[in-house]
Design a protein around this ligand. Structure first.
Ligand code: KG4
Ligand code: ZN
Length: 336
């Protein structure tokens, strides 16, 4: 059965003010992102109070731009959606209050979406149909987690980092190397120049479970630089990146074996990294397992992915309430 309809989705969980119009078949009609990165850069990280204020300044303009780009008006929208967590509470409240206001004024249903789930649903956008059950790996600034996504699109947690997320490790190593914030793309850029990558540990590979640990790797980089102050930045960056790639790919291989999944879905800001994407393309060829990536613009925070998740929630009748609170930390997902 094809159900027609349009979602206006909003994302304000961190430092991107984003709005998108997505149809009920997950086609993206518009995807607008206003980045605040220039306001946070001088502090070396996201300042929550600045993020909230900038969301308030930008949200109406961003929503209007999303509607204009999609060629629709408020009265064409069937569902209003926003992210409810995890994220910065003040930042989340701006998006939630905006979605609530539109739902109230236009008398349309309201849907609230989990940010991690939205990252995973970015793999369904624009006609992509990954095979399920799938191992999903979310690698972003705040999260590094494995989930099993079953045929009915239910998520079960099967592993996570016990300390730093991969994006956080990229950003911290970039800081150690005096690279600008956000560090992930900077590490990727200079690592390309390396001819002699440093060999770092492959942390937690033999832990016997599907959890990760990246804080020791960051410390290994710090100690290496103390001992070798003249080391080339690009060799350190490439060595760090190689270690992360090896751990992500090999743990994914372990997960596929354990759960006999049909495919791998990758999601989150760190998946914008071409070296990581290429390593998974190689893995896919070698193991004969389908690997799905979101398009680049849907890897880092955006509202199109929120729209995709909202479509399924709406069709399943999970309508949000006007008293729904935001939450800051990851919600417990059934663990297997
Ligand atoms: O998903 P995202 O936009 O926000 C969160 O939900 O956390 O991810 C942001 C993270 C940052 O840590 C950033 O450094 C990292 O993704 N990132 C990258 C790349 N682009 C963004 N890390 C490595 N290589 C990249 N090209
Ligand atoms: Zn994110």
């Amino acid at each position: 059965m094809i159900v027609m309809g349009l979602v206006l989705a909003i994302e304000t969980s961190c430092d991107e003010t984003a709005a998108a119009v997505v149809d009920f078949n997950y086609n993206v009609l518009s995807n607008i992102v206003a980045s605040q990165v220039e306001y946070h850069r001088k502090f070396g990280g996201v300042v929550p109070e600045i993020a909230s204020r900038k969301h308030v300044e930008n949200i109406n303009f961003v929503v209007d731009s999303a509607l204009e780009k999609a060629g629709v008006s408020f009265s064409d929208i069937d569902v209003f959606a926003s992210t409810k967590g995890p994220g910065l509470i003040g930042a989340l409240l701006v998006g939630m209050a905006t979605a609530k206001s539109y739902a109230l004024v236009y008398r349309k249903p309201l849907i609230f979406v989990d940010h991690i789930e939205a990252h995973i649903w970015s793999n369904f956008l624009d006609g992509k149909k990954p095979k399920l059950p799938a191992i999903t790996l979310v690698v972003s600034g705040g999260h590094t987690s494995f989930y099993l996504l079953d045929e009915n699109r239910n998520l079960m947690s099967i592993g996570e980092t016990i300390d730093d997320a991969v994006g956080e490790a990229f950003d911290k190593v970039a800081k150690i190397l005096n690279l600008p914030y956000p560090g992930g793309p900077e590490i990727e850029k200079i690592a390309r120049e390396s001819k002699n990558p440093v060999e770092f540990v492959r942390p937690y590979l033999d832990s016997g479970d599907l959890n990760f640990s990246f804080s020791g790797l960051k410390t290994a980089v710090l100690y290496y630089l103390r001992k070798n102050p003249d080391a080339k930045k690009e060799d350190v960056a490439a060595g760090f990146q190689n270690s992360v790639i090896d751990v992500l790919v090999q743990k994914t291989e372990q997960a596929i074996r354990k759960y006999r999944a049909n495919s791998v879905l990758l999601a989150g800001g760190v998946i914008a990294n071409s070296a990581i994407r290429n390593a998974f393309i190689e893995f896919s060829k070698k193991e004969g397992v389908e690997v799905s990536f979101p398009q680049f613009q849907y890897c880092t925070d955006n509202a199109a992915m929120v729209g995709a998740r909202a479509v399924d929630s709406f069709l399943a009748g999970k309508i949000g309430s006007f008293s729904e609170p935001a939450y800051s930390t990851v919600r417990p997902t059934k663990r297997v």
